[in-house]
Write a protein that binds this ligand. Structure first.
Ligand code: AMP
Length: 278
């Protein structure tokens, strides 16, 4: 496995031995867990070469403290990716991604006005810009994104389509801990009691999903189920808990719209998000 830190070294690694075949790409912010490794497995099974990037992208953090506290452990990440059979790891520094004078930003409208976009102003401008840059640098045939960040997956699909980037965006279902908590690098920051309480997020999603499966179609009743379940855990502060059209992220326009339940909440000083299809 090659670890490269510059765009030039990345290009050499990907063109060194002539045509490399198909490239699968998994962008991450490091502090890797089994969710990330599942994306890597998907990429390896469908492509000749798998490239993973590790870059904690400052422009997508709207909170300086959150950026500072974001977990980082490059040595451990590189060991995990070596074991996972990755071919190239791209670990750029901030100046490599945003050289002096950098002034072009990618903004996806509409989809980014709600949910994460509403509570984290500027977040998706940072995400859309860095993903566009990384896709230009790696030029993969396929790029892998987790459903864990459902809105991000929709935003990336939209930008790839609108900018006519010649890449297939592959969505991968969320990998969970045995108790249901969605795996996340931020889980590392939960202390023992916050970790135990955090499970209520996936429990609320599962409760709404169970009601839907049992035949409940009333939008307000399904959202009430989310809120009532979350309210059972006083240590948790809900930012949003919504049932939306899975594709538009707006209130469902018809009774047969595909639905998604989405939650963002704070617990023990950590902000967690999760979602589930109904
Ligand atoms: P991050 O390092 O948090 O930016 O995540 C990098 C990629 O891994 C994103 O596409 C995430 O959606 C995805 N990811 C994060 N957590 C999970 C998970 N629990 N299951 C599946 N994919 C995930």
């Amino acid at each position: 496995m090659q670890v490269v830190r510059t765009t030039e070294a990345l290009r050499l690694a990907l063109t060194g031995d002539g045509a490399p075949g198909s490239i699968g790409f998994v962008p991450t912010m490091g502090a890797l867990h089994s969710g990330h490794l599942h994306l890597v497995e998907q990429s390896r099974s469908a492509n000749d070469i798998t490239v993973v990037s590790i870059f904690v992208n400052p422009s997508q953090f709207n909170n300086a403290q959150d950026l500072e506290r974001y977990p980082r452990d490059e040595q451990r990440d590189v060991a995990l990716l070596t074991d996972a059979g990755v071919d190239v790891v791209f670990v750029p520094n901030t100046a490599e991604m945003y050289p002096p004078g950098f002034s072009t930003w990618v903004t996806v409208e509409g989809l980014t006005n709600v949910l994460e976009g509403e509570f984290r102003p500027g977040h998706f401008r940072g995400v859309a810009t860095v993903v566009t840059l990384l896709l230009q640098m790696v030029r993969p045939q396929r790029a892998y994104f987790g459903e864990k960040d459902w809105q991000q997956l929709l935003v990336v699909r939209r930008l790839a389509r609108d900018l006519m980037l010649d890449v297939e965006i592959v969505g991968v279902p969320t990998v969970r801990e045995p108790d249901g908590l969605a795996m996340s690098s931020r889980n590392e920051r939960l202390d023992h009691s916050a970790r135990r309480a955090a499970v209520v997020i996936s429990q609320a999603l599962a409760a709404a999903q169970a009601e839907y499966t049992a035949g409940e179609r009333d939008h307000d009743a399904l959202e009430r189920k989310l809120h009532n379940t979350l309210a059972q855990e006083p240590a948790l502060t809900t930012e949003y808990a919504l049932i939306t059209d899975a594709n538009t992220l707006q209130a469902p326009a018809s009774s047969n719209a595909p639905l998604r339940a989405l939650i963002a909440a704070h617990i023990g000083g950590v902000r967690l998000i999760d979602n589930i299809p109904l």
